[in-house]
Design a protein around this ligand. Structure first.
Ligand code: SAM
Length: 253
């Protein structure tokens, strides 16, 4: 069994990649909140196109003046080399703080293992810190927050669930035949062609979009994609396509 005490507070010399959920503070796990409150150093990623770190906004109420907050601006780099180069200086800082017996928490929206900045920082940190001093704390993913708004199960029995970015529409088209529920991230910039693709496959009526899921007044829910393409959309948009259901397995009945 995992040693639970490593999560009871942020330990000196340890690095934690912490998922802070989709935005609302009450969708933060108790573990995440405890680690954020007790860390000496908080690394807060901020997209180059955002005015503020959305992850930091989620936990700001937990942070005290004694804590060092390192704001890290990143571009939406597509190449591994560029992403690694962008994160290398922050990895150096994180490693240095840990080697000086500070506790370090990197916060990230949703879950740190799903399309997250942690995926760039973590390998660099693991190159230099003892693996026993590096921890990942799961967070509620945006797709879970989005799906919860419709009270329609993502999967039942043998259904297949796929999660992918909408940016490669050829890959999306292939995926439509490979699963019963398709969740698409990073849809904001491709909404029109995505809507056309779903229309072509007779799926426009079973696709819904949520923008800023769980984020109070900013949250918008779109029951159909044709409705969803009407207004302007920002970056945080998730589309869920309920393609169908697989037959139940009756072999054991
Ligand atoms: C870089 S990924 C981060 C995913 C995150 N780590 C997770 O576990 O959900 C960013 C994408 O997640 C989705 N996303 C994140 N937060 C969201 C929210 N509150 N509402 C809707 N979509 C969100 C959007 O599709 C966005 O393009």
């Amino acid at each position: 069994m995992a040693n639970e005490s490593i999560y009871s507070r942020a330990l000196q010399g340890h690095f934690y990649a912490v998922g802070v959920g989709p935005g609302p503070p009450d969708l933060l796990t108790c573990r995440a909140a405890r680690l954020v409150e007790t860390a000496d150093v908080i690394i807060a990623p901020r997209s180059a196109v955002a005015k503020t770190s959305l992850a930091l906004d989620t936990v700001r109420h937990l942070i005290a003046p004694r804590q060092e907050v390192l704001d890290h601006q990143y571009a939406m780099k597509q190449s591994e080399t560029a992403a690694t180069a962008n994160w290398a200086p922050m990895a150096e800082l994180a490693i240095d703080r840990c080697l000086h017996e500070k506790s370090v928490v990197q916060i990230t929206l949703g879950d740190p293992m799903i399309y997250s900045t942690t995926c760039y920082l973590l390998p660099l940190v693991l190159e230099r810190l003892d693996a026993g001093h590096v921890h990942v704390v799961p967070g509620i993913g945006a797709f879970q927050a989005a799906a919860s708004l419709f009270a329609e199960p993502l999967t039942i029995q043998n259904d297949r669930l796929m999660l992918m970015p909408a940016t490669d529409l050829a890959a999306v088209e292939l995926a439509l035949g490979q699963c019963e529920t398709l969740v698409l991230y990073k849809c904001a910039k491709v909404l029109k062609p995505l809507a056309a693709l779903l229309e072509k496959h007779g799926l426009a009526g079973v696709a819904r979009m949520v923008c800023y899921a769980g984020q109070g007044g900013r949250q918008t829910i779109h029951e159909t994609l044709s409705d969803a393409i009407a207004p302007r959309h920002d970056y945080l948009a998730t589309v869920i396509v309920h393609i169908g259901r697989k037959p139940w397995n009756t072999a054991t009945e």
